[in-house]
Design a protein around this ligand. Structure first.
Ligand SMILES: [Mg+2]
Length: 264
């Protein structure tokens, strides 16, 4: 049975670096014209939702901010749920500011939380060591994502995962993960568009975060061979995608022919 709603990853599926994936804008226009509910479920933790929406618009995608789901929003909600108002926030300044708008300020002292996103060059020995000492003092590690790497303009880039793992290893503790593949994250995205897991498909380029996470939450998962896709990762994966396609540009043709997910 073909899906009735979609969760779509951004980086590596709609664009790579600063360039749209060929045919991706047409696919999104097709899905919107045909009334499919969509949420864009990103593990990007370098950019705010406003910046992502502007970037997408500059590449020809019409995607409202309210349809974009990011881990920093989930983290802010998690900390608020524990009556927290601050955290050591290791992310880019704009994501830190976005969390501030959600009621979670960056605090160096007296907080029970260390938030780790993809801080890029902000990860220095000094910032990591400060976080490490805080965690030893009892603070909880909140990983915005735990991806290994992503595809940048000039090659693969370290994501937040390796830095989260370093802090976990040093402190002998485990992080709580906010973004994909967290089941809660997928369920949050589904509930925001009133969709059921069994009738929704996730489209992504990461076999662990996108496809593994979708599978855990009961969704189908379509893996695209763009972005960070590596055949080696697919062959090593314990979770098999519902389908592997060359790129999201193939989606309208497969939907029109009813062959996207024949077994679901
Ligand atoms: Mg991706």
């Amino acid at each position: 049975m073909d899906p009735e709603a979609f969760l779509i990853d951004l980086d590596g599926v709609l664009y790579v670096g600063e360039s749209p994936v060929p045919g991706a804008t047409d696919t999104i226009a097709y899905l919107r014209e045909n009334g499919y509910p969509i949420r864009y479920v990103s593990n990007t933790t370098r950019k705010s939702r406003e910046t992502l929406s502007r970037k997408l618009k500059s590449m020809g995608f019409e995607i409202p901010v309210s349809h974009i789901v990011t881990p920093s929003m989930a983290a802010a909600s998690y900390i608020r749920g524990k009556k927290g108002t601050g955290a050591i926030i290791l992310t880019t300044p704009e994501v830190s500011a976005e969390m501030g708008h959600e009621g979670i300020r960056h605090e160096e002292e007296g907080t029970g939380f260390v938030v780790v996103g993809d801080g890029g060059d902000l990860f220095t020995y000094s910032t990591l060591n400060k976080a490490f000492r805080h965690i030893l003092g009892g603070a909880e590690i909140i990983a915005l994502e735990k991806d290994r790497y992503w595809m940048g303009n000039d090659g693969l880039m370290l994501s937040a995962g390796p830095f989260v793992a370093a802090l976990e290893y040093a402190a002998g503790t485990s992080a709580v993960v906010m973004g994909k593949p967290s089941r809660d994250y997928f369920m949050h995205a589904l509930s925001s568009m009133d969709a059921s897991p069994a009738r929704t498909v996730m489209i992504g380029d990461d076999v662990v975060s996108d496809i593994g996470g979708a599978s855990t939450a009961g969704l189908g998962g379509i893996l695209v061979r763009t972005g960070k896709f590596r055949q080696d990762d697919l062959e090593k994966s314990p979770v098999l995608p519902t389908r592997v396609i060359a790129s999201i540009a193939d989606l309208p043709g497969l939907l029109a022919s009813g062959e996207l997910c024949p077994d679901r």
